[in-house]
Design a protein around this ligand. Structure first.
Ligand SMILES: [Zn+2]
Length: 229
């Protein structure tokens, strides 16, 4: 088995006695396997992968989302991401309303009643994630509105399987993936800007890239970092 790297995606290449090309992205780690007929040229392989890049990235993201969901049980001592750093989940009991905060830059500290179960903790952490992401997205929207001279009518934090953000340029609305709260804030800013730039340009062509370079010269680094995960 050979391995080729295409657009920073590692692909296991298997040459077989077959007539067609078979592509798969498999859980849990999003491994990409490409089975091709023996006589196919390298150029044909690259051409095929180019046509499937978006699809592969989406499938890889889906695997990752599935995996993190499976792993998190919301138990004491478990590791959780928040703004690009890992924190340890710490559960303390009290008889007041539930509370959650970052403690000593190391812990996601949850205070709950002793009668609460892990499903409750999960809900609490997720709604806290949502509130925190809302604050950050709002901050970046406000920052970029005057620079781009646009008005974001509405933004929402959504649970999305395959995308970090989407936008409706007519309604001037953006949706941001809740999972982004696990990424560093520069990356959240990149996605907010990316979606806002779509208000002017609907695709990812040269005009789009030019605007991204103008406003955020580093955007490609952030994009690569997101695709890696
Ligand atoms: Zn886009």
């Amino acid at each position: 088995m050979e391995q080729v790297v295409f657009d920073s995606i590692k692909v296991d290449l298997v040459k077989k006695d077959i007539k067609n090309i078979y592509l798969s992205v498999r859980p849990p780690d999003g491994r990409v396997k490409l089975s091709v007929p023996k006589r196919i040229s390298e150029k044909q392989v690259r051409h095929f992968l180019l046509s499937k890049t978006e699809w592969i990235k989406k499938q890889k993201q889906r695997c990752l989302t599935l995996e993190t969901k499976k792993k998190c049980k919301f138990l004491e001592g478990e590791k959780h991401f928040f703004l690009g750093k890992t924190y340890t989940l710490s559960i303390k009991y009290h008889f007041k309303p539930p509370q959650i905060k970052i403690k000593d830059e190391k812990y996601i500290q949850v205070y709950i009643k002793p009668s609460c179960n892990t499903a409750f903790i999960e809900k609490l952490v997720i709604s806290w994630y949502r509130e925190e992401l809302e604050k950050i997205v709002k901050f970046f929207v406000k920052k970029w509105e005057p620079i781009l001279n646009v008005n974001v009518k509405e933004f929402r934090i959504k649970r999305m399987k395959t995308r970090w953000g989407t936008c409706n340029s007519l309604a001037k609305r953006i949706w941001i993936n809740l999972e982004l709260i696990k990424k560093p804030s520069q990356i959240i800013e990149y996605i907010v800007l990316h979606e806002m730039v779509h208000f002017f340009i609907n695709n990812h062509g040269n005009d789009f890239k030019e605007l991204m370079y103008k406003y955020m010269p580093n955007w490609k680094t952030y994009k690569l970092e997101l695709n890696k995960s």
